[in-house]
Design a protein around this ligand. Structure first.
Ligand code: KG4
Ligand code: ZN
Length: 350
């Protein structure tokens, strides 16, 4: 029977009805345009916006699915990590629903759900090695089973997504910048020497991306024409509006940044596969997993080891409620559930 998934950990209000890994209906209300005005997520505004929209969005979702609350079998909600106020809106809504109907409640770790997302489209073979790359996290996991993951590497400072977002901000591209960097990079040959492969000259599985942002800032300071005039929020084809030579140079610089991020992630993931050689597949997850160059590099790495790359389609890479519903299905089927004392864990990790 169907499970309701609720995602409110950051700036997307997501609701989905999932049954045996299939999405019956999904609604996603993005706040990106609102936060873009401030160049990043404003937590207070995010929670108010979730609060404003979640109940009407739920009504619309049930309508889309042709279901009533009585047709649901449980409620899965992201309990963290994320913004405290935003998480509390989703958890409060989930508890209210369970309190009124007696439905089972399960709190889901947002990172765990990201890593399971690809299993909805392509089967993960266990044990697997997982790289989670998002706006707040860059984590390597040994994924023992659908419910048991061990953290084996992490970023010491900025996440991979932050490297993209901060570089985009330096160039005045809209927030969040990762998808714009990706789009503007496409079709441009990167210069592999333009940026470092930070924190790879060691033998551990951790990452450090803050130096890349600094290197990018220093390069743009020497090429101030790459700091674009502030762009309209709804501009989806920025490249077409730039003078040809700026478009070319920006494309090359952003492609070089993308290559530096992709190769840095690939070097450490290859090392993790050397260490955990029983992995049966390589899982790539999180918003940055939508990145073209990263997907190409990870596909080549997986192929070189005779492994399948299991990476979700772009709509399942970024924050969404379908992945929360699917993780909830797996937890509920394993007998895991929470009572109404479920709390948010804003800085939780798997
Ligand atoms: O997983 P996610 O939607 O939210 C978090 O849990 O953080 O990831 C958002 C991050 C942002 O940093 C965004 O810029 C980045 O994913 N992102 C991308 C792409 N699409 C989203 N980064 C690089 N290339 C993309 N195509
Ligand atoms: Zn996320």
């Amino acid at each position: 029977m169907p499970i309701l998934g609720i995602e409110t950990s950051c700036d997307e209000t997501g609701l989905a009805v999932v049954e045996r890994g299939r999405v019956l209906a999904e609604r996603l209300a993005s706040q990106a345009d609102l936060h873009s005005l401030f160049g990043g997520v404003v937590p207070e505004l995010a929670s108010r916006e979730h609060q404003r929209i979640i109940a009407p969005l739920f009504g619309a979702l049930l309508n889309d699915a042709g279901l009533s609350v009585r047709d649901l079998n449980g409620v899965a909600v992201a309990r963290g990590p994320g913004l405290m106020g935003s998480l509390l809106v989703g958890i409060g809504f989930a508890k209210g629903l369970c309190c009124a109907t007696g439905l089972s409640l399960v709190g889901v770790n947002h990172l765990h759900a990201h890593l399971l997302a690809a299993d909805m489209e392509q089967r993960i073979e266990w044990p697997a090695l997982g790289l989670l790359v998002s706006g707040g996290h860059t984590h390597l996991y040994r994924m023992r089973s659908p419910t048991s993951f061990d953290l084996i590497g992490r970023t010491l400072d900025d996440a991979a997504g932050e490297a993209f977002d901060k570089a985009a901000k330096i160039c005045n591209l809209p927030y969040p910048g990762g998808s714009h960097v990706d789009a503007l990079s496409r079709g441009h040959a990167p210069d592999p020497k333009l940026f470092p492969r930070p924190y790879t000259d060691n033998d551990n599985l951790d990452f450090s991306f803050s130096g890349l942002k600094t290197a990018f800032g220093q390069l743009v300071a020497k090429r101030p024409h790459l700091r674009l005039a502030r762009l309209a929020l709804d501009d989806r084809d920025i490249g077409a509006r730039l003078p040809g030579d700026v478009r070319e140079e920006l494309g090359m610089v952003l492609a070089s940044l993308s290559l530096a991020v992709a190769e840095t992630l690939t070097i450490k993931t290859a090392r993790a596969l050397d260490t955990f050689s029983d992995a049966k597949c390589l899982v790539l997850a999180g918003g940055v997993a939508a990145n073209t160059m990263l997907r190409e590099n990870m596909a080549a790495l997986a192929a070189s080891r005779g492994l399948a790359l299991v990476a979700p389609s772009p709509r399942l890479c970024t924050d969404n409620a379908a992945m929360i519903g699917y993780a909830g299905e797996i937890f509920l089927a394993s007998g895991l559930r929470h009572d109404l004392s479920l709390d948010a864990v804003p800085r939780g990790r798997i």
